[in-house]
Design a protein around this ligand. Structure first.
Ligand code: C5P
Length: 237
């Protein structure tokens, strides 16, 4: 059951505003990516972390990891990413050693996921689920719309029953062969898949949800950075 975590960190983070690639921006004085790597390494089950760096940023990311201590038991590798998250994850999978049988895929943009969530995902995969997703119920009601021109009112097509919806987080956990098969079968289309479990669903393999955690939110917009700093400050208090 050797378990590895692949961390796609090759995104530009355009929605966060101008600056360095998102994963390299500081949170509590430490790059977001380092928090994310430590969050995976915090699980005793994870023995390898594969970081997928921006295409021109692999040496910089390697230096960062060399500078920030990880537990003795955790190895790490850095590979260069692609144009979409889907391609970046595939490049990370290509770098896995043969003896890895369980794979987590974790967004660098979710730096504060607690170790209990990581462990719960791994345990569900080890118990036999080929794909496991941490997720939370939604606070907002969701509407499906017909997207229109920016600024124009958009017609509503429908309102799914909120109680049946879940917002999915990472780390998502997979039986390695299932995830590799999904990445081999699903072509990159436009922005590519935003969620690895969705690719496994396209294979027809079962995907299950386990409880996610509020602190596993994705740092996407400037307000998310404010929240992340507050969560860190509370942990350090
Ligand atoms: O853009 P978004 O927030 O959905 O990105 C989710 C994760 O995928 C981030 O950690 C980002 O760095 C990563 N990503 C990537 N390669 C890309 C685009 C996004 O590794 N080309």
């Amino acid at each position: 059951y050797r378990t590895a975590a692949v961390i796609p960190a090759a995104g530009r983070g355009v929605r966060l505003g101008p600056g360095a690639p998102k994963a390299l921006r500081a949170l509590g004085g430490t790059p977001m990516l380092i928090h994310a790597v430590r969050a995976m390494a915090a699980s005793r089950a994870v023995s390898l972390v594969v970081v997928v760096a921006p295409p021109d940023g692999a040496p910089e990311v390697k230096n960062l990891l060399d500078e920030h201590a990880l537990p003795e038991r955790t190895d790490y590798l850095v590979v260069s990413g692609g144009d979409t998250r889907q391609e970046s994850v595939r490049l990370g999978l290509d770098a896995l050693p043969e003896d890895v049988s369980v794979v987590l895929v974790h967004d660098a943009a979710r730096p504060l996921v607690p170790v209990d969530t990581v462990d719960a995902v791994i345990e569900a995969v080890r118990d036999g689920a080929p794909a496991v997703v941490p997720a939370l119920p939604l606070a907002d009601t969701v509407k499906e719309v017909e997207p229109g021109a920016p600024g124009e009112p958009e017609p509503v097509l429908g309102t799914p029953v909120r109680a049946r919806l879940r917002a999915v987080q990472t780390p998502q956990g997979f039986d390695r062969d299932t995830l590799v098969r999904a990445h081999g079968a699903v072509a990159v289309d436009g922005e590519g898949a935003t969620d690895d479990a969705g690719m496994v669903e396209q294979l027809g393999a079962p995907v299950v949800v386990v409880p996610g955690h509020e602190e596993a939110f994705k740092v996407t917009r400037p307000l998310d950075l404010v929240l992340a700093e507050a969560v860190l400050a509370r942990r350090r208090a």
